[in-house]
Design a binder for this molecule. Structure first.
Ligand code: RAM
Length: 874
């Protein structure tokens, strides 16, 4: 039986609001046979569900492509539903039936279709206000509605209510972009929410990133001073007529129960100001005020290209603690990003006051100093009477512990839960092994992702920062792509990156770039907070990683100019275009070989910067080749060669040793192949020596850490790589696990050996950068790697490399082709390796023995396989 499953358009199941002119399709092949390959496919797109009038028929195409099949039919129309189906033929002579019918629906393809205007409830005093503002409007509809969509966005954050119910599940909409350049709007199917006759729409607006506080110096109004809504509802009737309901000056506005709401600081909500029925028809709105039209450039508005943030799970408290200081604190057992949802009963005017923290201090007291200026406080005033349920609207907190400062009556933990929010991506990867501390580390890495992939890749969810640091995203990228489907998440962020790149190609430190022109972070020049090695390289490394992990060529096409511009920026700033020894760099950020009190690791910036320059240029050779840019390919090949030669001359002595005696220097030289073959062994040996000199520990920061185990295992030092990973004394990955971490820390010594904290000014306990070791865990212990010649796991390299006394490891990954599984288990002197390879893919299964020698390589097609062999050699 051959059939198709998980048929997706732009990686989404039946998406609405697609903005792509040429969306792409993927499907997963199911069959009871093995070694199944698709030999041809047929895809049809129709305007009607019965496929009577077919808009586009590929006919039978001889191709094994089951991912990224591009729509090449007639131009797609706005706000239109398209139906599509696929069938395939395989190499076993089987033909599938037509797949289940799928839908994709376009957004507004042209900004001129906007008939609404931006409206605001703000008067002149608004710039410093953090109140939630309400807007409302009533309208009449005829009967027989067959289609109703809302298209909406805001300056600020919005929440919509229609006829008394919340519209959609997306949070923090429209998401964060540089609102001067790109503003996303969302599409909602509200066909079931409206009715013939009178209807009412309500919106609540909060400050969000647009005008709320942003960054660590308390600055606000980054993008503008007034929140505003843009709304358009398209209604289609059975008789073919259409109607538009839009935001205009007929709408009314009011303040409400959200007295204050700020992303960093939390929310003050006074339920006594709630107005019953405010988003329902026939509401008495005489006390509501007029709205103000707001001018806005419509050319920057675009359909949502990222992934909406949604509620993901709920966590019950594990314990109610009274701290030595006497604070009442709930422990949720997991550091998360999200908020507390509570039920409460009391008198009108009673209050609930909650504070949030990631950790307790040395004595076990509630610790908030590392939140810096972020107040992370929820203050709720009861209206009184029946049970009240509360969740905040335009804020989120990074926390494990919640201090209950005020709460009417006795606290019943049954009434309190933590809601986890993050961008709504499917979890694709999972790893376990026989060593519990590694399993906890793997969990922490996943939670590091959950806590920081909140609309964009951020550095932390708790303090007054939560910025899209490019360096952090770059180092964690590969790990993230294993754990979750990050395709659309990064598509959006990379578009943001491209839109914010300076004309000379410099990439800002953070995307969206709120630092340039505002306040300095390291560089002297405030106007331009951009162009740091290892950070700006996100422009090249991130699209490339998406290509490797998903085979998505379009991201390379889209980002190509941006990638090239980054290389060019470096070249222009490098000595003779080769050694990059200028400008500000974070370098091997917060490495342990930094001078006392400094964040900057000891590896010289010119080495780190030239190393990343070489690496990014090497990637560009491959990208140019894939995109058939022959001239560029030649150019980057030559440039790369020249950088290599210059690197050797500048950073290697004539006797073949690296001048910088730091772990990260050696790691980068090995990782980016900057070492000549004759010097390789010496470089590896001296890295080992440097580790020894540090009692077997690492001293690396943000840029060296991701690769340390990798360069060891790739250079015949698998044992040393395991030794490092399995260390559980300070500093090591497992040190924090033994200290009870449930996420990844920003510093190796976030909590020091004596229980005291790293300095208050920069000590996040939910910071995924060091979680980049995930890549090594999945590719080496788990044994799954991609093949960039056949990316996206079209061909997998399966090579588990046991070690460290582990007796089994198990990895599961849902690729675009389906599930890949690897499980290895040692049974006495025998090794058993079981693998599952999805249809329409192949894999090299490479089996190694205890001496880390390859004993067999099997090239396999789809199916389940089991290999058993003598692992230990006498
Ligand atoms: C801090 C954080 C962030 C890092 C920058 C350079 O704000 O540690 O992760 O990228 O510094």
């Amino acid at each position: 039986m051959l059939f198709l499953e998980k048929i997706r358009c732009e990686y989404l199941e039946n998406p609405i609001g697609i903005g792509e002119n040429k969306p792409r399709f993927n499907w997963i092949i199911e069959s009871d046979q093995t070694k199944v390959e698709q030999v041809s496919y047929q895809l049809q797109v129709s305007n009607d569900v019965n496929f009577i009038k077919i808009l586009w028929d590929t006919e039978v195409v001889s191709s094994s492509n089951s991912t990224h099949v591009v729509y090449e039919g007639p131009e797609l129309q706005s706000c239109t539903q398209y139906f599509y189906r696929v069938k395939i033929w395989d190499n076993k002579g089987e033909e599938s039936a037509w797949s289940e019918i799928q839908i994709f629906e376009t957004a507004m393809m042209n900004n001129q279709e906007w008939k609404g205007i931006f409206i605001s409830a703000d008067d002149k005093n608004a710039p410093n206000s953090s109140k939630g503002k309400h807007l409302r409007h009533e309208f009449n509809l005829k009967g027989n509605i067959i289609f109703a969509r809302i298209y909406a966005t805001a300056l600020g954050i919005y929440e919509l209510h229609l006829n008394g119910k919340r519209v959609g599940e997306s949070l923090l909409t429209p998401g964060w972009t540089n609102y001067k350049k790109r503003l996303q709007y969302q599409t909602y199917d509200v066909t079931e929410m409206i009715k013939e006759g009178r209807n009412a729409i309500g919106a609540i607006l909060g400050c969000g990133w647009y005008k709320g506080e942003l960054g660590w110096n308390g600055k606000r109004n980054t993008y503008g001073k007034h929140t505003a809504l843009l709304f358009q509802m398209l209604v289609r009737y059975e008789d073919g007529t259409e109607e538009l309901i839009v935001s205009n000056e007929e709408w009314k506005s009011a303040e409400g129960p959200i007295v204050y709401s700020e992303l960093y600081h939390g929310e003050i909500y006074d339920a006594r100001f709630e107005q019953q029925g405010w988003s329902e028809p026939n509401f008495y709105e005489n006390e509501w005020k007029k709205v103000y039209p707001v001018k806005q450039d419509f050319s920057i508005i675009m359909p949502q290209d990222g992934v909406p943030v949604k509620k993901q799970e709920s966590i019950k408290p594990i314990e109610l603690i009274i701290t030595p200081k006497g604070e009442t604190v709930i422990d949720f057992g997991q550091n998360i990003a999200g908020w507390v949802k509570f039920k409460v009963k009391g008198k009108s005017g009673d209050r609930v006051l909650l504070k949030h923290a990631e950790v307790l201090d040395q004595e076990g007291n509630f610790y908030t100093a590392n939140l810096r200026r972020a107040k992370a406080t929820i203050e709720y005033t009861l209206k009184g009477g029946a049970e009240e349920v509360f969740e905040p609207h335009f804020t989120f907190q990074g926390f494990r512990y919640v201090q209950i400062v005020e709460y009417p009556g006795t606290i019943d933990l049954e009434n309190i839960e933590a809601i986890v929010i993050h961008s709504n991506m499917e979890q694709t990867g999972d790893f376990k092994c026989s060593y519990p501390l590694i399993n906890q580390l793997a969990k922490n890495i996943l939670w590091g992702l959950k806590g920081n992939f909140v609309d964009l890749p951020t550095d932390c969810p708790q303090r007054d920062e939560r910025l899209g640091w490019t360096g952090d995203a770059q180092v964690f990228m590969r790990t993230a792509c294993f754990l979750m489907d990050t395709t659309n998440f990064f598509k959006k962020w990379l578009r943001d990156l491209k839109s914010e790149q300076f004309e000379d190609g410099a990439v800002p430190y953070v995307i969206p770039d709120i630092l340039s022109g505002n306040f300095a972070c390291g560089a002297k020049e405030i106007e331009k907070q951009a162009g740091a090695t290892g950070w700006g390289d996100a422009a090249v490394i991130c699209p490339w990683t998406i290509y490797e992990c998903y085979g998505d060529k379009r991201i390379l096409e889209e980002q190509y100019e941006s990638m090239k511009a980054w290389i060019n920026y470096i070249k222009e700033n490098a000595q003779e275009g080769l050694i990059w020894n200028k400008g500000f760099h974070f370098g091997d950020w917060v490495a342990l070989d930094a001078k006392e009190g400094s964040y900057f690791g000891a590896t010289p910036n010119e080495l780190t910067a030239t190393a990343f320059y070489a690496y990014s240029t090497e990637i560009m050779i491959k990208v140019a080749k894939i995109l058939k840019q022959e001239e560029d390919e030649g150019y980057f090949t030559q440039l790369h060669q020249s950088i290599l030669e210059a690197f050797k001359k500048e950073f290697y002595t004539s006797s073949g040793s690296l001048t910088a005696r730091t772990q990260t220097g050696h790691i980068l030289a090995l990782m980016f192949n900057l070492v000549s073959d004759e010097d390789r062994t010496q470089t590896v040996d001296s890295l080992i020596q440097l580790i020894k000199e540090n009692q077997g520990h690492l001293t690396t920061g943000f840029l060296g850490t991701p690769y340390i185990c990798k360069v060891l295992s790739e250079n015949g030092r698998l044992k040393e790589a395991y030794d490092l990973l399995l260390k559980d004394d300070y500093p090591s990955w497992l040190y924090q696990v033994t200290k009870g971490a449930t996420t990844i820390w920003e510093h190796w010594d976030g909590i020091k050996l004596d229980g005291t904290m790293w300095s208050e000014d920069m000590n996040s306990f939910n910071h995924y950068a060091y979680g980049a070791i995930g890549e090594w865990i999945y590719t080496v212990i788990g044994g799954l790697d991609t093949d960039s010649d056949k990316p996206g796991y079209k061909h997998s390299i399966i090579k588990p490399q046991p070690g460290g006394g582990l007796t089994y490891a198990e990895l599961n990954y849902t690729s675009l082709y389906g599930q890949i599984a690897i499980k290895w288990e040692m049974k006495g002197r025998r090794m058993n390796v079981g693998v599952i390879i999805p249809h329409n893919t192949t894999a090299d299964v490479i089996l190694i023995n205890a001496n880390n020698e390859i004993i067999e390589t099997h090239v396999v097609g789809s199916g389940k396989y089991n290999f058993e062999y003598d692992y230990f050699i006498d």
